[in-house]
Design a protein around this ligand. Sequence first.
Ligand code: PLP
Length: 371
Amino acid sequence: MIPLVDLTAQYHSIKKEIDAAVLSTLESGHFILGPAVTKFEESIASYLGVDFGIGLASGTDALVLALRALNIGAGDEVIIPAYTFFATAGTVMSVGAKPVFVDVDPQSYQIDVSKIKDAITSKTKAIIPVHLYGHPAEMNPILEIAREHGLKVIEDNAQGFGAEYLGRKTGTFGDIGCLSFFPTKNLGAFGDAGGVVTNDSALAERLRMLRTHGWKKKYYSEEVGYNSRLDALQAAILQAKLPYADAWNDKRRELARRYTAHLAPLGVATPVERNWGRHVYHLYIIRCPRRDELQAFLKQKGIASEVYYPLPPHLSVPCRRFGYKDGDFPHAELAARETLALPLYPELTLPQQDEVIAAVRVYRQKKSTIT
Ligand SMILES: *Cc1c(COP(=O)(O)O)cnc(C)c1O
């Protein structure tokens, strides 16, 4: 069986360092915040090239706290892409605001910047571009529109760790960048973990308050906050993994190039990399009109694949009250029917990849078209 990702392979490749990091945390007696978390926050800020990093319990919490820190809530609207993981929309709703969707570019899967202005109303407070699949969103036009209309920008960089837009790391362009260290993300912990980055010291302070019950001083809540800290154990693990992040992303890019070199000549619709950025292939996505049939065929050959995502958020149950309907965002809806992620992770071996390629080739020869 070829899995979609193999988390144990990565653990075994640096087992000694991970084990040492875990053991030293256990010996340290610091489990909530403390030196391991502070050190990782500094490391992540310097890796991305920003002033402040704040460790949180998950990428979902990162979005919630970012929205809260920017005072976004009831009565406000937030512009997000119509094709993304549900958390981008769910967190907007969880703070009481309304997600306003904008369709995506059907090739890069990023928010279509030419359609953002039409979605702006007097209630719009922010835009959340999502660097979906590890491909950077087109930041300059987004920042320009935001400046023109006085909007905040929160980057959902959960899938874009290490990606670049015009030579600069994604997550560092907006007011706040949100990170997820969910185990399967490009930099993954061994459990839930996340964080935010910002260059604004006042926002950094507010985010730190929000992650611990709104405290500036212990037990003196100044607002309603959360319990959303990055575990010290996860911080120590992430610290041990961070030095490998670039090499792992390079490996993903190499494998992605190899997939494309073999699959594109077969007529398969392979991912694009726009000239404005560096794609880090959190997911390697192909498109196929008979996607479910291809997925079943691969499964029968012992090859895992996955659909990210079968339901665009505007068609989800929690969004029904806003009156969105099928047909509102055709590119997102078609992507939900046609996209398929093939196995891709830094430790995927070439013989394994060859097996995936061979299976797609056989399917392609059997069927007349999968483009
Ligand atoms: C993973 C992910 C999140 C949420 O991160 P968690 O750490 O799982 O809470 C948010 N947005 C996107 C686009 C994601 O891929």
